[in-house]
Write a protein that binds this ligand. Structure first.
Ligand SMILES: O=C(O)C1=C[C@@H](OP(=O)(O)O)[C@@H](O)[C@H](O)C1
Ligand SMILES: C=C(OP(=O)(O)O)C(=O)O
Length: 456
């Protein structure tokens, strides 16, 4: 056990929960107060779009917003479509496209260059079945024009092979449909499913009514499927064709429920701080995370533990990670894509090989993260192997103190910058072409990072 005093730092607010709570409050009847909202570029885009669509925001303190909800209302015609700039935020783009489709009017949805390379066709096809209309410049990708006139209910099937955000969007919009909506999952596999739990959790808090059932295999036949109810907090995986989501419309009963809501800490942003504990000279304690969170990236602790890291939960929910000897492992990270760059950077200093599997969806994030990490780690002499859906990092526990500063490409991607910054803890000086990409999710990152680095 390392007995040194830990470096204590705070987790940023959760990006995913902030998006969802701000969206819920923007659709609710009356005034809500949401505390600890992440004030980052992605959230500014979400709030700007919701405000353009009719919700009213008043900032009353750092991270605290009064929000008056309204059903989304867009421009009267194509020429006066409401401007919706999602910038680099996939969550904003996918979740809000579905939500705006439940309103009325014309919306012009567009973003940064990379956003125009991230697909959305699976979601828009499902929304078309429910009554929305889309006009694309390039079919299936932003930018596009959305004509909304409310969504019908019914039954749809959606594939989550590319992104869970398609289902999160449909679920958030579902209570605003005219009739009940039942959603089945198609395709061959599902990525990032824990984010669905976060969506359902927010919906529950905001008063939506839904039930989820899984296939009752014992009582189903080839002709008839029998279903049995399941608690969304207890779902451990989503199997295509074996789960259904039924959402009741608010209709006469109103809309989302206004109230006071607080956003929990971000396991994704905290991943760099927690990983600093294992790579640096001193333990790091992160305050402000929910240990019972439904966030996907809580998996970080299990993965680090499997690699040999010593970790400890404190009495007040704080989490400490201690400097530890690491070994390479094989790990399936389909569920938690955002911490793959963190684990890849940590793996560079482990004994042996780390194989990160089922991560093809990393190629359609803010950059092709699988390729980016494979290439950038090679710049410090780490051997990597990149395949369609996995990454191998051949660790070197003796690697440290490279004399010259290494110039890394940031690919405009916050997670590439933050994960490669971990190399600093091994005496490797990093320079990035676009370090401020971090403002997407963690604007205070370099301040916190300085504290960690100078306390070593
Ligand atoms: O719903 C969300 O809040 C998110 C879902 C994930 O995306 P995918 O489902 O596209 O993998 C994740 O990568 C993203 O940062 C946030
Ligand atoms: C992929 C990410 O976000 P989004 O999909 O919202 O752009 C991320 O934050 O790593």
């Amino acid at each position: 056990m390392n007995t040194q005093n830990p470096i204590i730092v705070h987790a940023p607010a959760s990006k995913s929960v902030s998006h969802r709570m701000v969206m819920g409050a923007s659709l609710a009847n009356g005034e809500s107060v949401v505390e600890n909202v992440l004030e980052s570029q992605d959230l500014f885009q979400t709030m700007e779009i919701l405000s353009n669509a009719g919700a009213r925001f008043e900032k009353i303190d750092k991270g605290t917003y009064k929000i008056n909800g309204a059903l989304p209302r867009g421009g009267e015609d194509m020429q006066h479509a409401t401007d919706c700039n999602v910038h680099e935020s996939g969550t904003t783009c996918r979740l809000l496209t579905a939500i705006l489709a439940s309103g009325q009017g014309f919306f012009h949805i567009h973003g940064a260059k990379r956003m125009h390379e991230r697909p959305i066709g699976t979601l828009t096809a499902a929304l078309e079945e429910l009554g929305a209309k889309f006009l694309f410049e390039k079919e299936g990708y932003p930018p596009f024009l959305l004509k909304a006139k409310g969504l019908n209910g019914g039954e749809i099937t959606v594939s989550l092979e590319e992104s869970s955000q398609y289902l999160s969007g449909l679920l958030l919009a579902a209570p605003l449909c005219k009739e009940p909506l039942t959603i089945y999952i198609g395709g061959t596999h599902v990525v990032s499913w824990p984010y669905i739990g976060l969506t359902l959790d927010t919906m529950k808090k905001f008063g939506a009514r839904f039930d989820i059932s899984v296939k009752d295999k014992e009582n189903s036949t080839d002709e008839t499927i029998k279903w049995k109810p399941v608690d969304y907090r207890k779902i451990t995986e989503i199997i295509p064709h074996e789960i259904r989501f039924r959402v009741r419309p608010f209709a006469g009963s109103g809309t989302y429920k206004s109230g006071k809501y607080t956003v929990e800490g971000d396991w994704s942003g905290a991943s760099y701080l927690l990983a600093a504990g294992v790579l640096g000279q001193k333990p790091v304690t992160v305050v402000g995370l929910n240990k019972d969170s439904l966030q996907a990236d809580k998996a970080l602790l299990d993965i680090l533990t499997k690699m040999g890291a010593e970790t400890k939960y404190g009495d007040n929910g704080e989490i400490t990670v201690f400097p530890s000897k690491l070994k390479g492992i094989a790990v399936d990270m389909a569920d938690c894509p955002d911490i793959v760059p963190t684990i890849a950077a940590v793996a560079a200093f482990a004994e042996g090989e780390t194989k990160i599997e089922n991560i093809a969806h990393l190629r359609i994030k803010e950059c092709d993260r699988l390729h980016a990490m494979a290439l950038e780690l090679q710049k410090i002499g780490i051997e990597t192997v990149e395949y369609t859906d996995y990454l191998i990092v051949k660790g070197n526990p003796n690697l440290k103190n490279i004399a010259e500063e290494i110039q890394f490409a940031s690919y405009g991607d916050h997670r590439i910058v933050m994960s490669l910054s971990l190399l600093n803890l091994k005496g490797i000086k990093t320079a990035f072409d676009n370090p401020m990409a971090i403002t997407k999710s963690f604007p205070e990152f370099f301040d916190v990072w300085k504290t960690i680095c100078i306390s070593q």
